[in-house]
Design a protein around this ligand. Structure first.
Ligand SMILES: [Zn+2]
Length: 322
């Protein structure tokens, strides 16, 4: 049972917004496109694992996808977490193409793809670290903690797992599995962990705490790519010709292609939240959309159902990315 479904990561939405708003033929566009492609491939890999998880319909499995939990002063992120009354299972999902070579002697993984060899962060130590963070999270929040185990799941069925020459597969590398073996690995865990540690009440408390503590990562995407606000499109973009639209009474109008729209400002505001900051004032909205009337700005802002703080002229409208 999914307690938290996987949604398109905020980072992907931010990169897409950046590409929408970057001036044409910007020198960083190919790099950003490449990053986006990688992230989408990773997301699709996670969704492929969700397909296998969808068979765990029994109520005793609570599945949390893409949880990002605070551990002062940082956060830690888990691709998938399965909570049962008997154990908790962390899944570290890897979308790797080609051949993955494991060398236990050096704690080293290398990927061979299209004749190119690349080193890889050891996903086992990554998962071990997450296990420690999760243990601390349970402890800090005074939650009853079933034993925590982990698996590294290779989402691409065509990836070949291989041991380095002269090495045999031994723990902890036996924890690297293909997604299609996930359900049988979970059956093994069910046979291994038969002590009911968390009661129904404990599980509801864990669920509530995880869902309330989850916070999506909001990064300063412009800073990450070293892009200034001046390098972005400003104003309301025409969806037909990508030109700039202007406000005529109650409607957006494109001088260039004569296209009109009632809702063209929505994308501009959404992109502002994704690229600049997750809140806006009436004055900032007028600057963004190129309109004079603060009354029009207020009508637009009120139509977006945003959370507000402050009052009258000082009202700040907040976008909630939860
Ligand atoms: Zn147009």
């Amino acid at each position: 049972m999914f307690a938290r479904e996987r949604v398109i990561p905020l980072k992907i939405k931010q990169i897409e917004a950046l590409l929408r708003n970057l001036r044409q033929n910007h020198s960083k566009e190919p790099l950003i496109q490449q990053d986006l492609k990688k992230r989408i491939a990773g997301f699709n890999g996670e969704k492929a694992v969700d397909y296998h998880l969808s068979f765990l319909t029994d109520k005793r499995y609570l599945i949390f996808n893409d949880l990002r939990l605070p551990l002062t002063p940082h956060f830690f992120q888990i691709d998938s977490l399965i909570v049962t009354p008997f154990y908790c299972l962390i899944l570290e999902i890897k979308n790797i193409s080609g051949t993955l070579m494991i060398d236990p002697e050096f704690n080293q993984l290398t990927k061979h793809y299209n004749g190119i060899e690349t080193g890889f962060t050891d996903p086992i130590s990554q998962a071990q670290r997450q296990k420690l963070f999760l243990q601390r999270f349970f402890y800090d929040n005074k939650l009853v903690k079933p034993p925590i185990v982990f698996l590294v799941v290779i989402s691409n069925p065509n990836t070949i797992l291989k041991m380095a020459k002269g090495q045999t597969l031994s723990p902890p590398y036996t924890k690297i599995i293909h997604a299609q073996n996930l359900i049988s690995e979970i059956s093994k865990l069910n046979n291994l962990y038969t002590n009911e540690i968390a009661s129904k009440k404990d599980i509801s408390k864990i669920k509530r705490c995880f869902l309330n503590s989850h916070e999506p990562a909001y990064t300063n995407i412009l800073k990450q790519y070293g892009i200034e606000g001046a390098e972005l499109f400003r104003g309301v973009q025409c969806e037909s010709c990508l030109g700039k639209m202007e406000r005529i009474p109650r409607i957006w109008y494109c001088e260039r292609c004569k296209f009109t729209s009632y809702h063209a400002h929505k994308q501009a505001i959404e992109d502002y939240f994704l690229l600049l900051k997750p809140f806006i004032t009436n004055k900032e909205l007028r600057d963004l959309l190129g309109i004079q009337s603060s009354k029009t700005a207020r009508i637009i802002l009120n139509s977006l159902n945003l959370k507000t703080t402050g009052s009258t002229k000082g009202t700040v409208y907040h976008k909630d990315f939860h």
